[in-house]
Design a protein around this ligand. Sequence first.
Ligand code: PMP
Length: 364
Amino acid sequence: MHSRIHNFGAGPAVLPLPVLEEAQRDLLALPGVGMSVLEISHRSGPFKKVLDEVTANLKQLLEAGDEWEVLFLPGGATLQFAMVPLNLLPAGGSANYIVTGSWSAKAVKEAEKLGFTAHRAWDGKAEGYVRVPAAGEVHLDPSGGYLHYTSNETIHGVEIGSAPASDGQLLVCDASSDFLSRPIDLGAHALIYAGAQKNAGPAGVTIVLVRKELLPRSPANLPSMLSYQVMAAEPSVHNTPPVFPIYVVMLVSRWLLGEIGGLDAMAERNREKAALLYAAIDASDGFYRPHARPDSRSLMNVTWRLPSEELEGRFLAAAKAQGLDGLKGHRSVGGIRASIYNALPRESVEALASFMAEFRAKEA
Ligand code: PMP
């Protein structure tokens, strides 16, 4: 048995231990198949079973009906920044974007690069991305084809808790860093996408849920790999998909349905874990300085600063020496970021909260 540290990395991130153990156990041969999942055709019966199960499990977890297509696509969430406008808008069309941090800003840039107009319906940049908008602050361009938002900004640690009003426009969500961490109001959405490598599995696959009625919008001249319609025609096997990441997402979805008991139970665990860390910050008499405003705090990525960069450096080094790793904030924001995704055990968060109290007692 290898010893595992407390992994607070932002992604690729910690995976559930039972999932890793099962993947390891069955790596040489899938039960009853006699070959590894790494070695079988993506069009074989056993892999079709994997795709069918992961699709059914995700639909069950998210309570998605037959109107939803579930796709497993390459290219990361970054490719979705382009695929969303390319498939949902006419050439040169416009859409609304809520900009709550670096990732939504990147989605805007990618749409603009392709000749679309991205109307910033709300932009938190001038305030340093410390909060998400209140309902009345989002101003939509009525001619927009959709409203895009990022439910959790992984770098800044601000999270939009419930679907924003889209005034009848299609609602599109980049849920990369809080996908499967809590139930989602699917009814409000037209399309949701998430790179797998935070809560859902390893890097290399992006999960897209799209309403089937939108598929005919994909322009016929799009490259096949960029077309939702083509990718849905033979779901996720138009070409060779990332079979191993998809298999691990299947194991994670089983773990969520089985051991965890669904997304309500997962959300409860996540709220408890986040509360432990925010309590440690709030009890620190200003030694730990949270980035996000209290009403916008992320349950997945907790971000804060210390009184000086020098102290931050010592905090990170001392934490690492105690087996608390991955805590360095993103280079664009600095400070500390604790990513506390689904698979991170509560004990890891408790260990970090105690370390924070000890470090403050010594250094404040
Ligand atoms: N959106 C969000 C919210 C993210 O956190 C990330 C990755 N950290 C991305 C998009 C980009 O994802 P990828 O690296 O899979 O393209």
